[in-house]
Design a binder for this molecule. Structure first.
Ligand code: CA
Length: 300
């Protein structure tokens, strides 16, 4: 039986680069960022109310923190921020030898450790300077570990159901990769490819793992999210969205059966903007007949 998949634009805010959706179970809201718009947003599906906070620099990600508030990647700083009084405190700096770099996607592992990657930029535009990025982790004691460098655009990030595999994307490689992962130590090894992007699938960007252990990968410049079985490397499903620059996705909603997808409007020319009036919006996909998992909060 075919399910009826429905796509609706739920936040029409037209972000420059909408990114990093995270479902917050405690208050049933969707947290996401606008990287180039330098804002963190929090949207409630129940009230349709959106709260926003300025970050003063490009913000790659924002995630909840167990002790309260949030942690975000702003420029090259990992900061703690308090929504109620709109203040930010630096917890750590990365890539201190590379002032043009900035933090991109970040996510918290099942032990509460934050993983976040960087990318190089040809300032002032968002043109990538290749092989300048790296992947870092921040432990609960705020120790920073660099896992590897030579990254073009650090993206992806999520873990398998048994927590022993870490899924990762370096977008310009056009692959979805996996590492063996030790969630107690954060050690990763045995990098290997689980999926090669096919013609027309664009650049792999953000990803999320569903409750069946399968991957949902946002395809930048291809207006779609693809569902991949990481054990076979087979694409199981494609969901089309009315915005070509689809950037990231997460499951949310009362029972985690809604897939939220962010998108970008930056870089579209006039005719593309005409064809994609919803570009930069956040979308909700329903009817997928699969559920997601709760997000993890930073333990530091
Ligand atoms: Ca991204």
């Amino acid at each position: 039986m075919m399910s009826s998949v429905k796509v609706e634009c739920v936040v029409k805010g037209s972000a420059l680069v909408g990114e990093g959706p995270v479902w917050e179970e405690s208050d049933q809201t969707l947290l996401f960022v606008d990287i180039v718009g330098q804002k963190i947003h929090r949207w409630s599906p129940t009230t349709n109310h959106i709260q926003s906070m300025q970050t003063g620099d490009m913000v790659g990600f924002a995630v909840p923190r167990r002790s309260g508030g949030y942690v975000a990647g702003v420029g090259r700083s990992i900061v703690a921020f308090d929504w109620s009084n709109q203040t930010m405190t630096s917890l750590a700096e990365v890539d201190t030898d590379k002032p043009k770099n900035r933090l991109n996607d970040g996510k918290v592992d099942p032990s509460g450790r934050l993983l976040a990657g960087t990318m190089g930029r040809m300032s002032p535009l968002e043109v990538v300077e290749r092989k300048q990025g790296a992947l870092f982790s921040l432990a609960s004691d705020l120790t920073v570990t660099k896992h590897f460098n030579q990254v073009d655009i650090s993206n992806g990030l999520d873990w398998s159901l048994d927590q022993q595999t870490f899924f990762y994307i370096d977008s310009l490689a056009l692959t979805v990769d996996a590492f063996n992962y030790n969630t107690h130590t954060g050690h990763m090894s045995n990098r290997h490819v689980v999926y090669h992007m096919e013609e027309g699938e664009g650049l792999p960007d953000g990803l999320t793992v569903d409750a069946a252990g399968r991957l949902w990968v946002a395809c930048f410049n291809a207006g779609r999210v693809i569902n991949i079985d990481p054990t076979t490397g087979v694409r199981l499903q494609t969901v089309s969205l009315p915005a070509m620059k689809t950037t990231s996705c997460c499951f949310g909603g009362p029972d985690y059966s809604d897939l939220y997808v962010t998108s970008a409007s930056l870089g579209l020319d006039q005719s593309e903007r005409r064809d994609q009036p919803l570009a930069g919006g956040t979308f909700r996909v329903t009817g997928l007949e699969v559920k997601g998992r709760p997000s993890n909060s930073f333990s530091g």
